[in-house]
Design a protein around this ligand. Structure first.
Ligand SMILES: Cc1cc2nc3c(=O)[nH]c(=O)nc-3n(C[C@H](O)[C@H](O)[C@H](O)COP(=O)(O)OP(=O)(O)OC[C@H]3O[C@@H](n4cnc5c(N)ncnc54)[C@H](O)[C@@H]3O)c2cc1C
Length: 367
């Protein structure tokens, strides 16, 4: 046993870094474990909703100086519509964002242990809390993200039947120009995907495909982009003559969409980010939920609140938002309905406003 800390955080994604940073700034001694030894890309649409920006600002990360994304376009297989976002968001690569977050945590005084895969939470006796990799802490923040983390129970989503892919693309000049200031959502037979303009003049393309369609999907980019383009006119225009910045695409399976943790696993174990709730990707709200829940867990710990109260608060807040996001995700499985939806939205833009305002987290940064 080498050192004692007040809190151990497992996972240095958005939720884990937000929690660790806030705790350290509040005077807690924090140790943060991250399994990846070096910066890396992550499967994510990389669109951060405007509601998430204040959490980053609090950590000293100013994404407001990057180009705003004020507009959202929805493309069904044959029809499209456009709407203003309730608050302009930002598009930024997770490769860089997660490193900025980790730097902020380190500067706040967090002890970072990189390249450590936490497999178990050794149950030290109740007065000693948990033991991880030889370090002891009375409280643990579980921020292990998408992957299952064995020491807490398995998450059951309502739909884990899709596989997510992500790659960065150099788009053709016309398509890149068209993308500026927008995030595009394309719905096609067997899946949907988003394109967002991240830094460095490249586009992030992240898409979900139903497992049953995977055998049909070609494995090289020219054929894969043509296969996707055949399924959606807007996507065809966007992807034509694009080339990947890295290959192969990253992928992730078995994401438990629709999951919301009902209650605390233990009163000294706080689950945050995707370990707390998994809102369908199309809402572009998962990162903001991760930032909010990490910060909020830190506040509870600093105020000596138990995980039970934290989880009750989060459940009440997130359950209806994740449920609505899941209903829209289900609708997108019928692309014809999406074409119809684009017409409805063109006629009644308030429909989209309703969905935005009921899936987003309003002004929670100062909870
Ligand atoms: C296809 C897809 C598209 C998406 N698009 C968007 C979008 O456009 N906008 C948006 O807001 N959200 C989007 N999301 C959701 C968003 O990516 C997640 O909600 C968010 O990343 C959750 O953050 P997190 O900190 O909980 O987890 P993560 O960002 O996954 O971080 C978890 C960290 O824990 C580490 N870790 C895992 N297990 C261990 C272990 N045992 N020991 C040590 N470290 C461990 C991992 O290496 C990782 O660094 C998307 C998700 C998917 C699947």
């Amino acid at each position: 046993m080498t050192t004692d800390y007040d809190v151990a955080v497992v996972g240095a994604g958005l939720a884990g870094c937000a929690a660790a940073c806030r705790l350290a700034r509040g005077g807690a001694r924090v140790i943060l474990f991250e399994k990846a030894a070096a910066p890396h890309h992550k499967v994510c649409g990389e669109f951060l909703s405007g509601e998430g920006l204040p959490f980053l600002r609090d950590m000293g990360i100013d994404l407001e100086c990057t180009p705003a994304v004020p507009s959202f376009r929805l493309h069904g297989p044959a029809r499209s519509c456009e709407a203003a976002l309730p608050m302009p968001g930002r598009a930024f690569s997770r490769y860089r964002l997660d490193e900025l977050m980790l730097d902020a945590a380190t500067q706040a005084g967090v002890k970072v242990r990189r390249g450590v895969v936490v497999q178990t939470l050794e149950d030290a006796t109740s007065d000693r809390g948990y033991e991880i990799d030889g370090y002891r802490a009375p409280r643990v923040v579980c921020a292990a993200g998408k992957s299952e983390f064995r020491p807490v129970q398995t998450r059951q989503g309502k739909d884990s039947g899709m596989v997510g892919f992500k790659l960065h693309l150099k788009l053709a000049p016309q398509a890149q120009d068209r993308l500026q200031g927008h995030v595009d959502l394309f719905v096609f037979r067997g899946g949907y995907g988003g394109v967002a303009p991240v830094e460095g003049g490249v586009a992030n393309f992240c898409f979900l495909v139903e497992k049953s369609k995977l055998n049909d999907m070609p494995r090289n980019w020219p054929a894969m982009s043509a296969w996707l383009g055949q399924r959606c006119d807007g996507l065809d225009a966007c992807l034509r003559d694009s080339r990947p910045v890295f290959w192969p695409a990253l992928s992730v399976a078995n994401v438990p969409y629709g999951f919301v943790r009902e209650s605390a696993v233990a009163d000294d174990l706080y689950c945050v980010g995707d370990q707390l709730a998994v809102i369908p990707s199309l809402t572009g709200e998962g990162m903001t939920i991760a930032l909010m829940s990490g910060s909020r867990a830190a506040e509870h710990i600093l105020n000596r609140g138990g995980a039970t109260g934290f989880h009750e608060e989060m459940h009440e807040l997130l359950k209806p938002r994740v449920a609505l996001g899941y209903q829209v995700h289900r609708l997108f499985k019928a692309p014809g309905i999406c074409d119809l939806a684009t017409q409805l939205v063109a006629r009644w833009p308030r429909l989209l406003e309703y969905i935005f305002s009921n899936t987003r987290l309003p002004q929670l940064s100062r909870l």
